[in-house]
Design a protein around this ligand. Sequence first.
Ligand SMILES: CC(C)(CO)[C@@H](O)C(=O)[O-]
Length: 487
Amino acid sequence: MTGWKNQNISPIEASPEKTEDAVDGPVAPRASSDAADFYRAKPVLDRRIHIMGVGNVGSFVAHALRGIPNAPPVTLLFSHWEKLNKWNESSQRLTLVTDGDAEIHDGYDAEIAIPRIRFHGKEVGLNIASQDLTEASSESQEQAPQALSGESTEPINSLIICSKAPFVLQSLSAVKHRLHKDSVVLFMQNGIGTVEEVDREIFPDPATRPHYMLGVNSHGMHNTPDDAFTTVHAGFGTISLGLLPHERDRKADAPYEPVVKFQANPGEPPVYPDPPSELNPEYPTPATTNFHWTPNQRYLLRTLLRTPVLSAASFSPPDLLQMQLEKLAVNCVINPLTVLLDARNGSVLYNYALTRTLRLLLSEISLVIRSLPELQYIPNVSQRFDPGRLESKVVGVARLTKDNISSMLADVRSGRQTEIDYINGWIVKRGEELGLRCLCNYMMVQLVKGKANLVKLETSEGVPFVQGKRREGQLDIREGVAGKEKL
Ligand SMILES: CC(C)(CO)[C@@H](O)C(=O)[O-]
């Protein structure tokens, strides 16, 4: 062990008042060390939490939040009138089924926020079929009304976005004018890469960009076929939470500085993990892992942490990133393989041909992750992301969830867009940036897309749609079967 610390510390670390505990703006003096006093120092004015993406994860979080003492007001943001109307006609309650017991929570508000279709970084309207996409110009974005009929224009201070990764941009487009620089957006998606897209396309100006948080979920949920507002909590997990540093505070690819884990004797210099033999001049200066929390971030974190069913815990940005990457590695193997095999998660076990396949994938994934500049000075990254250890992780999750249908297989079977671009696709993209060619992962991306296209074709082609009640011998066939002449 060596005493090592980069002399070129970032401005955040250099300013003592901006520690993890600092809040924006003037704060009342801390009269006591009581935690409640500390949190009361700058109360959050708006306790309302908006939840976008009312699928399994969104419903689970919304249900949990309304179950705590002094529950916050929760607004569900629906993306389709059909589902909102269904909600309005229902008892307006969410049900969570755990081990056969149903728990019902109510008191929700509901709003519509219609996803804006985007094409090449621009909003092009609401219905992709009605647009000439090749002629989509920048005008279409400027001319697009900010709020559509029925949509609210009230500011949103705390938003949890649970939409699937490919729909995050469309969904956020619908509320971007309601988010401001002090809002907090908590991202809860599988895969990686949505936040970078949101920065580029929705909030390109760091000065007006909201603050972000990230949630890595390992709870297993599924829906119930006959009730859109009932979710089954099938597997107990955790939600790891943390803030995503704002660009104002940290360069996106700056390595994180190792954190002092041990201080043998008070008063003696801290012991740092083994340093790199010398700092790589190609990387930006290491950034601190201590970032200040804004009042809205702090409020959202605190509320989620006091919601027992979520089993939420908070982590520093580099720890959270590593958890996200571990989950990504597991998803990179189980999700595409179960799609290609059209089989449950356990199918990747006890099959040596598949073990060889997953080892090829993991060797690329491990190399990309271990080469990420962000993790360069974090101790034990090589061991944590060693291909052998990742294989144990994959096998462990496949065993635990052996009877489950992976989320990607479920998407392909029902003709929905998959998250493959944010899973294996992210590995391919980061690999390219680092000069590493990930051919196996690239092939997985293409095979999954190919399989999804095939399923869509098979389910649409030549299948007559029967409308209404048939009398004997009578068959009504709807016009315009995909890929065919009109019948
Ligand atoms: C781990 C996993 C593959 C288990 O089903 C899950 O993350 C999923 O379905 O995406």
